[in-house]
Design a protein around this ligand. Structure first.
Ligand SMILES: NC(=O)c1ccc[n+]([C@@H]2O[C@H](COP(=O)([O-])OP(=O)(O)OC[C@H]3O[C@@H](n4cnc5c(N)ncnc54)[C@H](OP(=O)(O)O)[C@@H]3O)[C@@H](O)[C@H]2O)c1
Length: 497
């Protein structure tokens, strides 16, 4: 069955805003409530005892004042919700559904019930109807659309607030209901797969007993399920692929980053917040500054001890000796020097002013002078981000680390790729025909630089407001292992040296 991408197809608020959780005071229900509230939903905690629900909400708000929830009895929660989740023990499923049935008419119910029957919770014991979700559908009738989900996700993992390294299997008889639920799961930071009709919920429900066995036998904590395998068609597989247009979407709401922060996780969360559903061939462009920051590449000038060579370069360029020292250390070759400017061939091969070292957006203006160096290995940084985001979203992605560089013979800086993963940085169009059927002879396109330049139209230079964008629709070839070095003209071909 097909995986469903991240984010809802339509604006979320246009469809559902208020979600009830029957059993919201329990382990799974409370974890879901936290994530739903964080994702912007109004949560109705449905309990057999409205006072218990109200106390639960008061307690949660005391710990997390931004929690958006209301405690109610089961029937009232059902009546007020636009969509509901059932997370009660299997033994209480039928009696709970009887209480909420009327209020759910015309709505979707996500059934998380696993039919575990103590004491043998490590043995698969499916109900006679085939699964608990099928039973729920029978009990509720066709007025309610039951979607099965979440059985393979441990409540503790959800409650942690961190990324969950497990997948959700979603089954439903109607694909639009399943896709809506997949989108909702994505918003909660979960990868979801629409695996077919509601009858297939038996597999997910049975899996919980299997996971219980794995936890016990192999002393694992909250084991989960991961669907592996790669999408069939690699992006750019066809050299003749044409772009239908390129969209550049800013990833907003990212925090100010510091050393050691989990950039991949923050980018993934932002992608989900933007309601984006990453697709094969999407390119994430990330400003070098944030990558350098999380990798601890900020240097206080006061901590630099200039060598005589650094001091000499400082005098020649009228720059502080400490800064000149760093420029020299980052350079393979100093190419030109004039007052205020040092052009070097960076140790990574790129020709860049001041070795790409940057003063802006590093520390607060009143703080000690601090500069930011490029990452040690931007290709490796891009690859780490690519691998983490590909795992999270299940789509084949490329990542570019970009910086604004000047270009010989042209005025103005443009976004330029200094780290590349998941794509070939140049596109070889030799052999393709032009409009008039003439075969293109010497057409290498610096496609990673083109994408970085397009991204720089949106990436915030000054205020670091938007340090990353998602680019969709660019045509490129599969990776060839060269990384950003593939964009650097070999020295023996440089006619201007
Ligand atoms: N825990 C997990 O990791 C996990 C993961 C996936 C799926 N599930 C499934 O999700 C459902 C809920 O699991 P859970 O671990 O959250 O259970 P739980 O902590 O025991 O909570 C269940 C909630 O259901 C309500 N409830 C209604 N009738 C009940 C009854 N007769 N006995 C006990 N509680 C009753 C209770 O809320 P009120 O007292 O407020 O009514 C209780 O807080 C189960 O079907 C489970 O198989 C659990």
């Amino acid at each position: 069955m097909r995986p469903v991408g991240q984010g809802l197809r339509e604006p979320r608020s246009a469809r559902v805003k208020t979600i009830a959780i029957f059993g919201g005071t329990g382990a799974l229900g409370s974890a879901l409530a936290g994530r739903l509230s964080k994702a912007g939903y109004d949560v109705l905690i449905g309990s057999r005892d409205p006072q218990k629900a109200a106390a639960f909400v008061a307690e949660t708000k005391a710990a997390r004042p931004d929690f958006c929830g209301t405690g109610l009895g089961l029937a009232e929660a059902a009546a007020r919700a636009e969509l509901a989740i059932l997370s009660v023990p299997y033994s209480a499923q039928a009696e709970t559904l009887a209480l909420v049935k009327d209020g759910l008419a015309g709505k979707i119910l996500i059934d998380a019930t696993a039919p575990l029957r103590p004491p043998k919770v490590g043995t698969v014991q499916l109900p006679q109807a085939g699964s608990a979700a099928v039973e729920a559908q029978r009990l509720l009738g066709s007025d309610v659309r039951v979607v099965s989900a979440l059985q393979t996700i441990a409540a503790g993992k959800l409650a942690s607030g961190r990324a969950v390294d497990g997948d959700v299997l979603v089954s439903a008889d109607e694909s639009d209901a399943a896709e809506l639920v997949c989108g909702l799961m994505n918003e909660l930071g979960l990868r979801a797969w629409y695996v077919g009709p509601l009858a297939n919920s038996a597999a997910a429900e049975a899996m919980t007993a299997v996971l219980v066995q794995i936890n016990r036998r192999y002393k694992r904590d909250q084991s989960g399920l991961r669907i592996t395998g790669k999408p069939k068609e690699a992006p750019g597989e066809s050299a003749l692929r044409r772009s239908d247009g390129v969209a550049v979407t800013p990833l907003r709401g990212l925090p100010l980053f510091g050393p050691g922060d989990d950039l991949a996780h923050a980018l993934g969360d932002s992608i989900i917040r933007e309601g984006l559903a990453p697709e094969d061939g999407d390119v994430l462009v990330v400003a070098q500054k944030v990558v350098s920051k999380v990798e601890g590449r900020a240097v206080r000038l006061a901590d630099v001890a200039p060598t005589p060579a650094g001091e000499a370069l400082g005098r020649q360029s009228a720059k502080a000796a400490e800064l000149a020292e760093l420029i020299a250390a980052e350079a393979r070759e100093v190419m030109r020097v004039r007052e205020g400017l040092v052009i070097v061939r960076h140790r990574l091969g790129h020709v860049a002013a001041n070795a790409g070292i940057d003063f802006s957006n590093v520390a607060d203006p009143g703080g000690p002078p601090t500069v930011l160096l490029w990452p040690i290995d931007p290709d490796a940084s891009a690859e780490r981000l690519r691998a983490a985001l590909e795992l999270r979203f299940g789509a084949r992605l490329a990542v570019i680390i970009s910086d604004s560089l000047g270009r010989a013979w042209r005025a103005g800086t443009t976004g330029t790729a200094i780290g590349v993963a998941g794509m070939r940085p140049v596109r070889d169009r030799r052999g393709e025909s032009d409009l008039f059927g003439r075969v293109l002879q010497a057409t290498f396109v610096g496609v990673a630089d083109e994408i970085a330049a397009a991204a720089s139209l949106v990436i915030g230079e000054a205020a670091e407001a938007t340090p990353a964008v998602l680019v969709r629709g660019a045509v490129f070839d599969p990776p060839d292992g060269t990384g950003a070095a593939g964009l650097i003209r070999p020295l023996e071909q440089d006619l201007f040296r």
